[in-house]
Design a protein around this ligand. Structure first.
Ligand code: NAD
Length: 359
């Protein structure tokens, strides 16, 4: 850090989420966005203009940004299949990293990123799951850490869009790697693994499909832009049964498109209690005979999109400024990629896939 107080940040990838990063960094008074890179000619220059970054600090090649601009940290906002190279290079250049979810599109890329992070010593590698900064998730994580649930032996990781295929780079294997699993499912898996104490996955049995999107007639619209059925190369629905080393099990359900309004809420079961989200509810009866006690938490305030994002950007910047570890456990986030690797391999083969959390 140049003056010990200002955290200087560059942004790699100047697509949609990069603008969200730049916007929310403005809420952190000690952060300055000082450079940007995007492979599409003109895109970084346009973003630099919009963000008030000097024109000479906008590049097409992110390696120029890493070499020429003095920065403490970078936000990696490239599409999933382009997470690995800038993350590894930025870690090698000594930068702290705020990496957009998922850690990587493929298990091999996630392993390479983890090796680079280990080799980089005390550098922060934070994968940006902003729901971790919602008051509901923070309270749920606190309740689990307090031991209220006892030993957790089962969890359901759920995220459901009845109709929300995003289009654009999200639908293509070359850019996204996979579909709802790595886009929205990744949040559900990360949240549930955290609630379960981050057990090591050992086996996954899964199915995936894109039958509704493939039958869609006309033009759909989503976060990434317009799309047609023939554009869809990845799954719109995934379900899995995940076994962990400690004997616990997780069921996963995630969709961009499904003929249902809901596939249920995320929940965990423990030896002393259970907990469900949306809304946060705790179920206990241990020590009280057959008295079933149910508590719904009522005083949760900071749930909005904005407060989650401000929480994410602030937590990252403070960790960089104060020399602290990543606010989101990097080793735990790698386990999400271990699960996703099992889901994709099992769905492809039609059989259970063994997985190993090593890199
Ligand atoms: N946290 C969230 O809420 C959230 C929401 C949407 C997307 N995302 C994540 O953000 C990432 C980007 O999503 P998006 O919607 O902005 O996609 P996008 O396609 O709009 O933007 C990606 C950008 O990366 C650029 N790019 C690709 N390879 C590059 C490289 N090697 N060097 C420099 N630039 C490169 C592309 O040209 C493009 O401009 C994805 O990983 C996605 O999962 C997170």
């Amino acid at each position: 850090m140049s003056d010990g107080k200002t955290v200087k940040v560059g942004i790699i990838g100047a697509g949609k989420i990069a603008h969200v990063h730049a916007n929310f960094y403005k809420n952190v008074p000690f952060v300055e966005v000082v450079g940007v890179a995007d492979i599409v000619p003109g895109k970084a220059a346009e973003a630099a203009k919009a963000w008030g970054v000097p024109a000479e600090n906008a590049f097409e090649d992110y390696r120029d940004l890493l070499e020429k601009v003095q920065m403490d940290a970078v936000s990696i906002c490239t599409f999933n299949q382009a997470h690995r190279a800038p993350t590894v290079d930025a870690l090698e250049a000594g930068k702290h990293i705020l990496l957009e979810k998922p850690m990587a599109a493929t298990f091999e890329d996630a392993q390479a990123i983890m090796r680079a992070w280990k080799a980089a010593g005390d550098r922060i590698l934070m994968v940006g799951f902003q729901p971790d900064f919602s008051s509901e998730h923070m309270a749920a994580f606190d309740i689990v850490r307090s031991g209220t649930l006892g030993d957790v032996y089962y969890g359901e990781a759920v995220t459901c869009r009845r109709w929300g295929i995003p289009g654009g780079t999200f639908m293509k294997k070359w850019s996204a790697g996979a579909g709802t699993l790595v886009d929205t499912g990744v949040y559900a898996i990360h949240t549930m693994l955290t609630l379960m104490g981050n057990p090591k996955p050992v086996a996954v049995s899964a199915m995936t499909t894109n039958v509704l999107g493939k039958a869609y007639k006309g033009v759909g619209y989503g976060w990434g832009g317009a799309w047609k059925a023939e554009d869809l190369e990845v799954e719109e629905f995934a379900s899995a049964f995940v076994r962990f080393e400690n004997g616990a099990v997780m069921v996963l359900k995630t969709s961009w498109a499904v003929n249902a309004d809901s596939m249920g809420v995320p929940f965990v079961l423990g030896t002393k209690g259970g907990l469900s989200l949306e809304p946060l509810t705790v179920y206990v009866n241990q020590g009280l005979g057959d008295l079933n006690l149910t508590s719904t938490v009522k005083n949760l305030e900071h749930q909005s999109f904005d407060t989650q994002w401000i929480g994410k950007m602030t937590a990252f910047a403070e960790a960089v400024r104060d020399g602290k570890p990543s606010p989101i456990d990097t080793e735990a986030v790698f386990l999400v990629n271990v699960v996703m690797d099992g889901v994709l391999r099992s769905a492809e083969s039609g059989f259970e896939a063994r997985v190993k959390a090593s890199y």
